[in-house]
Design a protein around this ligand. Structure first.
Ligand SMILES: [Zn+2]
Ligand SMILES: [Zn+2]
Length: 211
């Protein structure tokens, strides 16, 4: 099985966990959610020695997607994800950025993702789950053979994504977590969009939002 490596790079004033994920066998990588601070992201890429072959987006919020257009140009790689339901968020990144005082460019993914799709990072294949609720187009990337997932802002250690932003839906978010994520198994470890990661089992047992 190809060995997975990941480095988390907190970016933007929101301390979003931009993740550099690579396949140790092929040294091919994906940058997940380049929200900004691209110099730090580029430095992590250089230190990893891996070649980035794509940018993946878990959803269209500014702290996850604001740097995607610029990094795509700099690296000459495609952007894949999120689900098309977040198109309006990606289209309006410049306006949203002005509200927060954060430079942001609109980005149109080269490939929208949908439930059941697969994305490739080197020799590793990730499944795609559409998990709306935090945003309409949020997706989760799963690697079941290696028992880990990248969940964006769907689920956090001890919390869940906020649902008070446009397009948020608390019921849908809880449903997605309980019906799509937790059944994958207690031993699945995850990297999330903010703060430390956890496992689905730990959250099933102790996350107050999942009682
Ligand atoms: Zn978000
Ligand atoms: Zn976020």
């Amino acid at each position: 099985m190809p060995k997975a490596r990941a480095i988390v790079i907190p970016v933007t004033p929101f301390q979003q966990n931009c993740t550099l994920l690579w396949c140790e066998d092929t040294k091919r990588a994906a940058v997940i959610d380049p929200g900004g601070d691209l110099n730090r992201v580029k430095q992590a890429i250089a230190e990893s020695g891996a070649a980035v072959e794509r940018i993946l987006l878990t959803h269209g919020h500014i702290d996850h997607a604001a740097g995607a257009a610029e990094l795509k140009e700099a690296l000459g790689v495609p952007v894949e994800g999120p689900h098309r339901a977040d198109q309006i968020l990606l289209d309006h990144l410049p306006e949203t950025g002005r509200g927060y005082g954060i430079p942001a460019r609109a980005v149109t993914p080269d490939r929208w993702l949908a439930e059941g799709d697969e994305v490739q990072v080197g020799d590793m294949t990730f499944g795609v789950l559409h998990c709306p609720g935090h945003s309409p187009g949020s997706v989760v990337f799963t690697n079941l053979p290696q028992r880990f997932a990248i969940v964006g802002d769907v689920l956090f250690q001890g919390s869940i994504g906020r649902t008070d932003l446009p397009g948020g839906d608390h019921e849908a978010l809880i449903r997605a977590i309980k019906e799509k994520l937790l059944p994958l198994g207690d031993d699945i470890a995850f990297i999330c969009g903010h703060g430390p990661g956890s496992t689905f089992g730990e959250e099933r047992r102790s996350n107050p939002f999942l009682r």
